[in-house]
Design a binder for this molecule. Sequence first.
Ligand SMILES: [Fe+2]
Ligand SMILES: [Fe+2]
Length: 264
Amino acid sequence: MKSLAQQTEQDMSGAASVLSRQKRDHERLDRLLNRLGAAPADQQAPLLMRVYRLVFPHAFAEEAVLWPTLRRVLPDGELLTLRVEQEHQQINELVAELDGTAPDSSDRAQLLERIVALLRQDVRDEEDRLLPRLQDAVSPAQLRRLGWAWEAVRRIAPTRAHPIVSRRPPGNVLAALPLSLLDRSRDGIDALLHRGAGPATEPLRALSSALAFASNLVERLPGMRKGEDPSTSVSDKHLPGWRAAAAATVVAGAVLAVRSSRGR
Ligand SMILES: [Fe+2]
Ligand SMILES: [Fe+2]
């Protein structure tokens, strides 16, 4: 069993196979993390957004398409996939924490360091252990079919950290569409803010916060945690209740409405 790091595209059953697609993304992530590590703190936000847009849809599609397949075809698939799901969960929780930390907080550097270390560990676990096991268990044609399925889900998957939703179907599949719409709208707004939005800055900030609260609310809807292993579940006592999230969404919406009516 050879790590994907030592395999050519031909060894991995061609460019369309899920192994080649995974390795290409992992290499892009490595380059982005190197750039992030070299960037001064005040220039990290747009790079972090690019990391999130790469990592979260990638991992979401693994959880929805690849790990269920590994559980079906390998006798120890349950144990193998649970370990990476736990890594994904930790990354989701740390990124949610980082997003809630003030830009000038001294905690940011340490949080970022832990996130980067976990992302690199996740890549190693997948390239050295899980994906070579998948390669041994299924045919080259199946690897290519899985590649198309993984790619299709990745293109419509959420782009932000969502620590509350299940890391397994059916909860994560149910959550995918509403969270993806909210995340991708927020990405567009945040990109405008990073470029400098002039007088629209405040209303756009309020809109971005309202969308963040709305996705917080969606994460708490019935069914979104279905299928979860207890070890990847965020304890209820650490979460603000859905009523608090609903109230915050309404307040953010009202603030936005007042600001935009003043702006007219
Ligand atoms: Fe991966
Ligand atoms: Fe992963």
